[in-house]
Design a protein around this ligand. Structure first.
Ligand code: XMP
Ligand code: MG
Length: 183
C-alpha cells in the first residue's frame, strides 16, 4: 500500500480495499431496497462518476443511469447552494425512482438544490447515495441521505473521483491533500 501513496497526499483515509467493501455493502442494500423498481441512477458529474460506475456494478437489480453536470458558483472549495446546471438529464424522471449519486456531502446545499429540481419533475421517489459525508462539528448537512458510504473529517479530500483543481480524481484511494499543495 505505501508504494501507492502519492507524494501530495498527507494521509490515506480510505484504502482501495476499504472502498471496495463500502461500495459492495451499499450495492447490496440498494439492490434489496430497489428490487422491481428499476431505479434511475443519477450521477452528479464530475466527482461522482467513479463511485457511480462501481456502485452500479454492485447493484444486482435492473437499473438505468443518467448524468447531470453541475458547478457551484464561487471558488469551488466552499459551496454556496447556488448551482449551475452544465448538463441536464436526457431521461424523463416522471414516475421514476431516482437515486441521486454524489461523491461527497459537505453542507448538502448542492444536493438539496438538485433534489428540489428533480422533485419538480414528478419522480415516483427520490433518494440520495453519497460516497462520503464530511463530519463537521456542530453542523448538520441540509439533506439527510439514505445511503452513506463513509464519514470523513472536515479536510479537503481527494481521490476516487474527488479532485483538487481537476487533479487526483484518478487516485484509487481517498486521502487528505498536503496543505502546501493548495496554499
Ligand atoms: P456541498 O457543501 O454542497 O458540497 O454539500 C458538495 C460539493 O462540493 C464538493 N466538495 C469536495 N470536493 N473534495 C472534493 O474534491 C472535498 O473535500 C470536497 N468537499 C466538497 C463536491 O464536489 C460536492 O459536489
Ligand atoms: Mg463535485
Amino acid at each position: 500500500m505505501s508504494a501507492q501513496i502519492h507524494p501530495d497526499i498527507e494521509t490515506v483515509l480510505l484504502t482501495e480495499e476499504e472502498i471496495r467493501t463500502i461500495v459492495a455493502d451499499l450495492g447490496a442494500q440498494i439492490s434489496e431496497d430497489y428490487a422491481d423498481r428499476n431505479p434511475l441512477i443519477v450521477s452528479v458529474l464530475r466527482g461522482a462518476f467513479i463511485f457511480a460506475a462501481d456502485l452500479m456494478r454492485a447493484i444486482t437489480v435492473p437499473c438505468a443511469v443518467d448524468f447531470m453536470a453541475v458547478s457551484s458558483y464561487g471558488d469551488g472549495v466552499k459551496s454556496t447552494g447556488v448551482v449551475q446546471i452544465i448538463k441536464d438529464l436526457s431521461t424523463k424522471v416522471e414516475g421514476r425512482h431516482v437515486l441521486l449519486v454524489e461523491d461527497i456531502l459537505d453542507t448538502g446545499l448542492t444536493l438539496k438544490y438538485l433534489m428540489g429540481l428533480i422533485n419538480g419533475r414528478g419522480p415516483a421517489s427520490i433518494e440520495v447515495a453519497t460516497f462520503a459525508i464530511k463530519d463537521i462539528p456542530g453542523n448538520r448537512p441540509a439533506i439527510d441521505p439514505l445511503y452513506v458510504g463513509a464519514h470523513v473529517p472536515n479536510e479537503f479530500v481527494v481521490g476516487y473521483g474527488l479532485d483538487y483543481a481537476e487533479r487526483y480524481r484518478n487516485l484509487p484511494f481517498v486521502g487528505i491533500l498536503k496543505p502546501e499543495v493548495y496554499s
